[in-house]
Design a protein around this ligand. Structure first.
Ligand SMILES: O=C([O-])CC(=O)C(=O)O
Ligand SMILES: [Mg+2]
Length: 389
């Protein structure tokens, strides 16, 4: 068996929304299709991937380095020793030939998007949902039947007032989500506190509201928000300071008793390990948000889980960023704490299986081979159209 073609395309996921750091007016993503010579139901098996959101398409890196390495590799060097399937670990190693350690920047996005497509193909060739493949191959054979998901939104948007923010949160609650997330740090503290209180009127209690500062704050501002938000007992306080400023996170942990979350802009197991070692994150309450689509894919994510495990964290501490179905499969198959969900933003590069509703803040998984993209009709259409597959 072999890979016969790898296609790459750039798609727009632009919208007028804004977090505390960036607007999404020019946001793009890469889509990759890995076409194999395997045939199921009369059609070639094609694995799909996209690189989550927030870091732009990685076409230059893909077309100059990572895809040529796969195309030039001997096809048999990319498959399992027993010849039955693609080998994601060998494919990963082939992409990373002649790459120095460190400097994880955007390179990890390019590798991550290919890796997602490879895992989709692997599970399709095995004829099982990816969460089952992961549980059988890397876990104890059991998987979670549903996954905790929270509704991420609450963006700044031109002309958006508190009542529109409240309406948005009411919609998420009506869809079955319990926990919702909103942006902070894109307005002065007193305005954000007013917005937080407006959302608390809708969700009732702080334990149903997470806030995300997108790395905007210096230490002084992070601490001022901590002081002001402490009484609300929020679900979590996300990315207060720069993602690589472990000192800010550590200082915050000393004064903020509630759960903290961070990690979506850490792109390697070494960075994740540094956070676990030096960031003051507390295994008994804090959340780790590494997004495999941005950070070298699932092959690397398994190394990340191992690295943070040695620092006292469990897979249950992890609720990945990105709201994509690869992380949903990982959450069920490798037993994470949950997954993000974007009910209204980043369409169609968001969402889960069409017919499966969120109930009591949890979502079930389709019983279809692969990552389940084919069950998400808007997304699979966009990826097929983009890659002409
Ligand atoms: O606004 C963004 O860049 C997305 C984000 O931080 C999140 O989903 O946590
Ligand atoms: Mg975030």
């Amino acid at each position: 068996m072999k890979i016969v073609d790898i296609r790459e395309a750039v798609v727009s996921i632009s919208s007028p929304i804004r977090n505390a750091f960036i607007d999404f007016s020019k946001m793009t993503a890469s889509v990759v299709a890995v076409v194999t010579d395997q045939v199921k139901d009369g059609k070639p098996v094609v694995g799909y991937g996209f690189n989550s959101n927030g870091r732009y398409a990685a076409s230059g890196l893909l077309n100059e380095r990572f895809l040529p390495r796969l195309r030039e590799a001997a096809p048999e060097s990319l498959i399992r020793d027993d010849g039955t399937n693609l080998d994601p670990h060998k494919i990963w190693a082939t992409m990373m030939v002649n790459e120095k350690p460190g400097g994880h920047g955007e390179r990890s996005v390019a590798v991550g998007v290919v890796d997602m497509a490879v895992w989709d193909a692997v599970a399709k060739i095995n004829g099982v949902p990816l969460y089952k493949h992961l549980a059988d191959t890397y876990g104890d054979g059991t998987h979670d039947d549903s996954v905790f998901v929270y509704a991420a939104g609450g963006y700044y948007y031109p002309g958006k007032d508190d009542s529109q923010l409240q309406d948005e949160m009411r919609r998420y609650r009506a869809m079955g989500y319990e926990v919702v997330k909103m942006k902070i740090g894109g307005a002065p503290l007193d305005e954000d506190i007013r917005r937080i209180e407006a959302v608390l009127e809708v969700v009732g209690e702080g334990k149903y509201l997470a806030v995300d500062a997108n790395g905007r704050f210096d230490l002084e501002t992070a601490l001022a928000y901590a002081e002001a938000m402490k009484p609300y007992n929020l679900f979590w306080y996300e990315e207060a300071g720069d993602p690589l400023d472990y000192h800010i996170q550590n200082e915050l942990s000393k004064v903020y008793p509630g759960p903290m979350a961070t990690g979506e802009n850490l792109f390697s197991h070494q960075d994740a390990r540094n956070l676990a070692r030096y960031g003051g994150m507390r295994p008994d309450r804090d959340w780790l948000q590494f997004d495999c689509a941005l950070s070298y894919g699932l092959v690397e994510y398994m190394r990340t889980l191992e690295a943070i495990g040695k620092e006292g964290f469990s897979s249950r501490n992890c609720v990945p960023h990105g709201g994509h179905q690869l992380s949903l499969n990982i959450a069920a198959g490798l037993k994470l704490g949950g997954n993000e969900s974007y009910p209204e933003v980043f369409k169609p590069f968001c969402g889960f299986a069409d017919g499966i509703k969120v109930e009591n803040g949890r979502v079930g998984l389709p019983d279809a081979p692969g990552i389940g993209f084919e069950q998400n009709s808007a997304l699979i259409k966009a990826m097929r159209d983009a890659t002409n597959t």
